[in-house]
Ligand binder design. Structure first.
Ligand code: PAF
Length: 276
């Protein structure tokens, strides 16, 4: 496995790679969810490149940039055991040199939910992902369904800016109790960790209600809020039933939809979603 730190080396290594080339962008703090992206890339591509970069531009001033899990050596070992061919681990100045002054703003699909709760977040995500796709020029790029809105934002920028990658969305990997794997789960104290599966319980309830014939989105959202409310340590940030393709708020579940929620457990903010 080759590890490179500069844009020039990463571009050169990707340019010389056997095609198809798969790209797995990450912020490190690796877990089985990231490894599922790598496994899918390995199954579909001749070369798999990954990136590890905690992107300061996608964190708000009061968010957890400084405490975001950073375990570079463990992460590199994990990528190596999975058979990743190339890893880009740039320092911040390599991605955002002093003169950097171009930002990618994706429209409607980035405006609600996480876009509302975390102003500037998707501008940061869209900018760094555009830059990584522009440097690597992969045939396929892999992202996890847990960050459903991020997936739609990335599909939109990839199409609009004609970056030419196939954006592949990989199903969420869960713990046995339903908690979606997330780098932030390591920040949960033991009692918070026990409380955290409440997100998945609320999503399963939404799915059950809809399967049993409830199409009223507000009724489903109310039931989800009540379910989360049963957990003393959990505080709802938002719950939503949204169109699966546009993330517009739905009144009735009369087309492919997602139930989405963001919940604070202590100081940790978790998001998750399920298809309806
Ligand atoms: O999902 C993530 O880990 C990040 O948002 C991404 C896509 C690597 C961009 O920094």
């Amino acid at each position: 496995m080759r590890v490179v730190e500069t844009v020039a080396d990463f571009r050169r290594a990707c340019g010389a790679a056997r095609r198809p080339l798969g790209l797995v962008p990450t912020m490190g703090g690796l877990h089985a969810g990231h490894l599922a992206l790598v496994k899918r890339s390995k199954a579909e591509c001749a070369t798999t490149a990954a990136t590890i970069f905690v992107n300061p531009a996608q964190f708000g001033p009061k968010e957890d940039f400084n405490t975001y899990p950073r375990n570079l050596w463990t992460d590199l070992d994990m990528f190596e055991s999975e058979g990743v061919d190339l890893v880009f681990t740039p320092p911040v100045e390599e991605v955002y040199p002093t003169a950097f002054d171009t930002w990618v703003n994706v429209g409607k699909v980035s405006s609600r939910l996480e876009g509302e709760a975390r102003p500037g977040h998707f501008r940061g995500v869209a900018t760094v992902v555009t830059k990584l796709l522009a440097i690597a020029r992969p045939d396929r790029a892999y992202f996890g369904q847990k960050d459903a809105q991020q997936c739609l934002v990335i599909k939109q920028l990839n199409d609009d800016l004609a970056l030419g990658a196939v954006v592949v969305i990989v199903p969420t990997v869960r713990e046995p109790d339903g908690l979606a794997l997330s780098s932030r789960n390591v920040n949960l104290r033991p009692d918070e960790r026990r409380a955290a599966p409440v997100l998945y319980r609320a999503l399963c309830l939404a799915q059950k209600m809809q399967r049993e014939g409830t199409n009223d989105a507000e009724a489903i959202c109310r039931a989800m809020r009540e379910e989360v409310g049963k957990e003393r340590l959990a505080q709802v940030d938002y719950v939503s039933i949204s169109d699966a393709a546009t993330l517009e708020d739905l009144e009735r579940v009369d087309r492919p939809a997602l139930a989405l929620l963001a919940v604070r457990i202590g100081k940790t903010r978790l998001i998750d979603n399920i298809a309806l």
